[in-house]
Ligand binder design. Structure first.
Ligand code: DNO
Length: 357
């Protein structure tokens, strides 16, 4: 596996490439053109400039998180053709620049959803947290305002103000889209882009819906083993794969994470590994990565990845805010660096106990 950290670009991130380079075992990053809009074709010169900046700092780009999907594609309106064409152009340009992994999601309206961005834990750290009762008590606009108010001045991915200004209109546009329709639209999109992925060897890695159930009545499909295997089968091409995100699939305690990993052998193109601490099945917070701080056995997750021969990029996921750092919630340097060191340690121990040098 290739240990990475996510980086939003020098205009948007409080963490620098120079800092990332000093995290032991991290030689590459996962990044994006954060100021592009879903549906736009990325400019070749922008991709080249990003790549040059990363390489000048002694790092490499291991993949893109995310090239976002325009709502027309998810809803299946006739203008989706234009946006699919633009997506294909972006993929071609990424391929030409030797970038071969693209993470995306197919969540309607929102990306991830949390009810708190700074819940205080007993050790004084703050973390992102989710409480179903709190979601049930508010409407989407209120949720946007609370996320925006808690984000330390950073624009949170998937919660961009321009997007949220249209939240009512977006809900209206999705009113006839149920799970089946969303599957159908995903299939259509994947079938259209697979020839380009084959040509440029681009691994598409769909990110799960987070949390792994419907919020505000919107359809959600990338939530469990059954659905994800259905998706792999409906477009049966090795370039159609997943981002295995433990913190997203893990929101539903019925998901057996090591078993899911094993069932996806060859189709996991990217891994997000983080721990959650459940206070009840519908209230959880993002703990430190260490197994004993949360509810997951992180050794078992890493062992399952090892057993399937996972060799793609992996990243520690949301970190706690510690040591007075002010950063985008979930994306500070310190706790993610601790996470990377811990996951690297687990991996080294697994490799050695399996007889590898
Ligand atoms: C949250 C992230 C997600 C993820 C997208 C992928 O921190 O894991 O925003 O990047 O869903 O498109």
């Amino acid at each position: 596996m290739e240990m990475t950290l996510r980086w939003y670009g020098s205009k948007f991130d409080s963490v620098t490439l120079e800092q990332i380079r000093q995290v032991p075992g991290v030689k590459s990053i996962i990044t994006t053109l954060y100021d592009t809009k879903p549906g736009e074709a990325w400019k070749l010169e922008d991709i080249r400039a990003l790549k040059a900046e990363v390489e000048a700092a002694g790092l490499k780009i291991a993949g893109i998180e995310s090239v976002n999907i325009h709502d027309a594609i998810k809803i299946g309106t006739p203008d989706r053709e234009e946006y699919i064409e633009n997506y294909i152009t972006t993929l071609e340009r990424l391929g030409q620049e030797d970038i071969h992994m693209v993470c995306y999601n197919f969540m309607p309206v929102f990306d991830w959803t949390r009810t708190e961005l700074a819940r205080k834990r007993p050790d004084g750290s703050t973390v992102l947290a989710y409480n179903q009762a709190a979601v049930d008590a508010i409407n989407p606009e209120e949720m946007f305002n609370s996320i925006n108010g808690d984000s330390n001045g950073f624009v949170m991915p998937g919660w961009e103000p321009e997007r949220m200004a249209r939240v009512k209109e977006l809900f209206e546009m999705y009113k006839d889209v149920d799970d089946e329709k969303l599957f159908e639209n995903l299939k259509y999109f994947l079938e259209r882009i697979m020839p380009t992925c084959d040509k440029y060897d681009i691994n598409m890695a769909i990110h799960p819906d987070d949390p792994a159930w419907s919020v505000f009545g919107l359809p959600r499909i990338i939530i469990n083993k059954e659905n994800i295997l259905r998706m792999m089968k409906m477009v049966d091409n090795p370039h159609n794969g997943v981002t295995f995100c433990s913190g997203s699939y893990g929101t539903n305690l019925e998901n057996n994470l090591p078993d899911m990993i094993r069932s996806l052998k060859g189709r996991i193109h990217f891994a997000h590994v983080r721990n959650l601490k459940f206070n009840s099945p519908t209230d959880f917070e993002e703990s430190a990565h260490l197994s004993s701080d949360g509810s997951f056995d992180m050794y078992e997750l890493m062992k399952a990845l090892y057993d399937i021969g996972f060799d793609g990029p992996i990243r520690p996921d949301h970190g706690r805010m510690i040591w007075g750092e002010v950063a985008m919630p979930g994306y500070g340097l310190y706790d993610r660096a601790l996470g990377a060191a811990y996951l690297n340690g687990l991996w080294e121990a697994i490799c050695k106990s399996e007889g590898q040098k």
